[in-house]
Design a protein around this ligand. Structure first.
Ligand SMILES: Cc1cc2nc3c(=O)[nH]c(=O)nc-3n(C[C@H](O)[C@H](O)[C@H](O)COP(=O)(O)OP(=O)(O)OC[C@H]3O[C@@H](n4cnc5c(N)ncnc54)[C@H](O)[C@@H]3O)c2cc1C
Ligand SMILES: Cc1cc2nc3c(=O)[nH]c(=O)nc-3n(C[C@H](O)[C@H](O)[C@H](O)COP(=O)(O)O)c2cc1C
Ligand code: FES
Length: 558
């Protein structure tokens, strides 16, 4: 056991604020599977909800480092407090639960802490973020001045008797003075370091913060400088990859706590679990194997793709075909991000990668409408593919069901699955039945339209129910994709014909990074669809229960 600010905790590791465990579902998964996870650092909350920056919110300059400009995405104070109530119930009693405040002045910081306090015993302490390097207000703008750090810390100190942890940025002039000011204001501990600010053209914000291995030397330097001027406990972070890095920091102070973030980019949840098992063994054995498990290849680099052909279904439903195909073999459900020019980047399922990459685009907003205006010979940039490898069994009948833009991954699945398949596709109206001719060549295909303009009139789940009753398929395996209410209806029908383990859903939650870092795409189990999915079995996932909006707020369908 370790003692952090008076609380006995089970491990001296955590995830830094804003990285991976950014909501209660992901945190719960990690609590349940990572016993070394001893303290939780919530992501920055502000009084009002903030949508944050549009994608790209991350960029990868080197295989082991990231730029980020998330832009304080959060559901606002009231919803964050509700999330913490949920989190408190899920948190083991030997984990220290920290809420992070990302406000801009004494009053607003103190107000947030007071509201948390009024909600009951839902946090063990408060982290004061005066160090975000890309904040439009607050962050490093207030964290570079010792007087403001002192007064903000003192104001939050007055609002609670619980520990205050002040998070620092090593990019400021006079780090030591800032740390002393925090201590004078009443801080009980320090977190260091936040990301180091700088420009990056891939970020929609154009300016962000650098994290990962590139900043580790700065972390070592900062911890050494802090240790000389304050005796407060320090939670060290900034590019830590493994036991070798921890030994370097331990040489400065053997009592540090460690938060590890960027290094875990691209890892599945179970790989993170294994990472921490190996890390503690490394620390005991004097080895450094865990570091080799961390992110060390380019996951976010873009490649130019030239439009070769466009199939126009309607003004807002098009299939864009490129000259190039993705280098990798693309499995069922895998997806890419693509951007038109140097604007925002959004996720799209691979609809085909047989001879060339094909993407189905429905215009619903700025990026997709821009994509619908593309012409032959235009150049876009694509990154990916993302998502776990997944394939369907070859020796059993496979039932594929796709609705709306969910037709895209179902088309790719139908193309690459060599075994027998029965296909169902649904759309609002006949004109939006994308890839119909291709589907008919790939297997027996039935269609539904809401308006009855082609095939069965009604929803796809009704069509599938009718067909299953009439055709009596033996031992089927199901794969669905579409809006979650449609997948929920399909799931309910299919459970009459197969156990949940044989029903799969391609899940398309709000997906902002694709590499497991932002935590936004999580499902209720706490798995992140971009690294653990997007294909999830009905044994662990029920579609159409809830989803998170772009601020991270959980919205229930019912
Ligand atoms: C894994 C995955 C695969 C997808 N495949 C396809 C596809 O093949 N074809 C297709 O047309 N669309 C697909 N989408 C949805 C597509 O990403 C959104 O329609 C697109 O991001 C909208 O961006 P916008 O700027 O046009 O609109 P915005 O105004 O930014 O958003 C409009 C709506 O689109 C959704 N959306 C916006 N951003 C995201 C995001 N980052 N992740 C998920 N949803 C978002 C939200 O519901 C939002 O309300 C997929 C989404 C995911 C997560
Ligand atoms: C995507 C992302 C989001 C972040 N969000 C926050 C945040 O909300 N508040 C904060 O204090 N730090 C935030 N940080 C900084 C981290 O908490 C941490 O200080 C930094 O990433 C260094 O650790 P690492 O190199 O192990 O990732 C964020 C970092 C990343 C990469
Ligand atoms: S964790 Fe960022 S999109 Fe999945």
């Amino acid at each position: 056991m370790y003692n952090l600010l008076g609380k006995e905790i089970r491990g001296r590791f955590g995830f830094p604020s804003g990285v991976i465990t950014t909501n209660s579902d992901v945190a719960r998964w990690m609590f349940d599977h990572v016993p070394q996870f001893g303290f939780y650092q919530g992501k920055s909350t502000t009084i009002e909800p903030r949508a944050g920056n549009r994608e790209d919110i991350l960029a990868q300059p080197t295989p082991d480092s990231l730029w980020n400009a998330v832009g304080y995405t959060n559901p606002g104070l009231a919803a964050t407090i509700e999330g913490f109530k949920d989190l408190r119930d899920a948190t083991p009693s030997d984990v220290f639960l920290m809420a992070q405040i990302g406000e801009s002045n004494e009053e607003t910081f103190a107000h947030c802490v007071a509201e948390f306090e009024a909600a009951g015993d839902i946090a063990d302490g408060y982290e004061v973020n005066v160090s975000c390097p890309h904040a439009d207000k607050g962050g490093i703008l207030i964290g570079s001045d010792p007087d403001s750090v002192r007064s903000i810390t003192a104001a939050t100190r007055k609002a609670t008797k619980k520990p205050i942890i002040v998070k620092l940025n090593a990019g400021v002039c006079g780090l030591e003075e800032i740390a002393v000011a925090a201590a004078e204001g009443g801080a009980d501990a320090l977190s260091a370091i936040n990301t180091i600010g700088g420009p990056n053209p891939e970020l929609s914000n154009q300016f962000g913060g650098l994290s990962g291995a590139a900043i580790f030397p700065t972390t070592v330097d900062a911890i050494a400088r802090l240790r000389k001027v304050v005796s407060l406990p320090i939670i060290a972070m900034g590019g830590i990859r493994g036991a070798g890095d921890i030994r370097q920091l331990e040489a400065i102070d053997p009592n540090l706590f460690y938060a590890i973030g960027t290094a875990l980019g691209g890892l599945t949840s179970h790989e993170i679990q294994e990472y921490f098992e190996v890390l503690v063994k490394d620390l005991a054995d004097g080895t450094d194997y865990a570091a080799a498990m961390t992110m060390n290849r380019m996951l976010m680099d873009y490649h130019p793709f030239v439009v070769s052909e466009i199939d126009v279904y309607t003004d807002t439903v098009k299939v864009i075909k490129f000259h190039e195909r993705l280098d990798a073999d693309v499995d069922v459900g895998q997806f890419v991000f693509f951007k038109v020019g140097n604007t925002d980047s959004k996720p799209f399922s691979v609809a085909s990668n047989k001879d060339r990459l094909e993407l189905l685009v429905r215009g619903v907003g700025p990026m997709t409408n821009r994509a619908c205006q593309l012409n032959v010979n235009d150049v876009v940039r694509v990154r990916g593919p993302y998502g776990q490898r997944f394939s369907l069994p070859h020796d059993r009948p496979v039932v594929l069901a796709g609705a709306g833009v969910g037709i895209a991954p179902i088309h790719h699945a139908a193309q690459i699955h060599p075994g027998p398949k029965r296909i169902f596709i649904g759309a609002v109206t006949a004109k939006e039945l994308v890839y119909l001719d291709s589907f008919r060549q790939l297997g027996e295909t039935s269609v539904s339209t809401d308006d009855g303009s082609e095939g069965f009139q009604g929803y796809i789940a009704q069509l599938v129910e009718k067909a299953l009753a009439e055709e009596g398929l033996e031992d089927p395996v199901f794969l669905n994709c579409g809006p979650e209410p449609a997948m929920r209806a399909l799931d309910e029908v299919q459970r009459k014909y197969a156990p949940p383990e044989d029903i799969y859903h391609v899940v398309e939650r709000y997906t902002s990074c694709g590499i497991g870092i932002c935590g936004k795409c999580s499902i209720e189990s706490g798995e992140r669809t971009c690294v653990d999915g997007p294909v999830h079995s009905a044994a662990t996932f029920s579609p159409g229960v809830s989803h998170r909006d772009l601020t991270g707020k959980k919205i229930r369908y019912d």
